[in-house]
Design a protein around this ligand. Sequence first.
Ligand code: ADP
Ligand code: MG
Length: 343
Amino acid sequence: MKRTASLILLLAMLMLTGCAAQEMPETTAAPTAAQAVKRSQVGFYFDTVVTVTLYDGEEGLMDEIMAACDRYEKLLSKTVEGSDVDRINKAGGESVTVDAETWEILRRAKEINQMTDGAFAVTIAPLSAMWDFTGGTQRMPTEEQRLSALPLVDDSAIILGEGNTVTLPKGAQIDLGGIAKGYIADKVAELVQGRASGAVLSLGGNVYVLGHKPDGTVFNVGIQDPHGPSPIASVSVTDISVVTSGIYERQFEKDGVTYHHILDPKTGLPSQSDLASATIVAKSSMDADALATALIVLGRENALQLMQEQGIEGVLITRDRQVFMHQTNETFQLNMLVDIPVQ
Ligand code: ADP
Ligand code: MG
């Protein structure tokens, strides 16, 4: 009996130390209750930090999740040679047969492009490629380069054919940076469903929360203060995705002007709207991802109108730090951490 117990303990410790990032197991308060084992692992995919925390996760689940991230990176990253996106971008006007999942993401991307009056556009690629918001080179297009690339930004020109074919006009390219992480979060959440008592999946600004904490309470997801490093608010949620896009995420300063990574497809320049961040709470992290990006481009007034029309739930923060909330189904509770009224 004693030997079995110490064997289990040893196994648990091995499991913990086998991870890239470990934390001590958290146990439930009542000593008689089953002990909840918390495991976290950090990975780097899609140019972003991926953190997965599982409570009572099934054996092997963490490895399955990381393997899924790896597979999706090879499918959807524009910088991985031979990925679906890479092949589409190099097709030069020819049709390309892609994975059914890539096709499905593009189908939904086109719908969201229409829904947002073009504010979300995966064909932003020729323009986003002219900017470097992360590499430190401060590359940006000249006005001539920018204006000559603008006609290529048109998601309605993406032809999705039978048998998972994709055809773009010659010169056009796609960038799934504003939607792929959401799709992957959805797929990872599907993997975890029913195989852990609680889970927090975080892929950059995309968070998916499942189940509950060991003490039975729901998880809180922070919303960053656009003006500072700490959270301005948090949302309490379960079994849902919380996605934040912010103009403070990836940016550089040149000659006193700050340039950030959310581009207005109509101009090819960083969005000039009054919004600094948009947080969407939704079952579909893919939709939330694309919509959060789009709402920033649309600006407060149009964003709130679209949220009302489409039943999109979330929180908008303006550049001057006003907070607006739209909620229809009470899927989240907003907890303000600073003294700002919610409008
Ligand atoms: P993050 O990647 O920081 O989570 P977003 O989800 O807001 O941020 O996506 C921004 C990324 O999407 C950019 O890095 C770029 O690759 C792409 N992108 C930028 N502007 C747009 C846009 N208007 N529509 C679609 N994708 C965009
Ligand atoms: Mg997005």
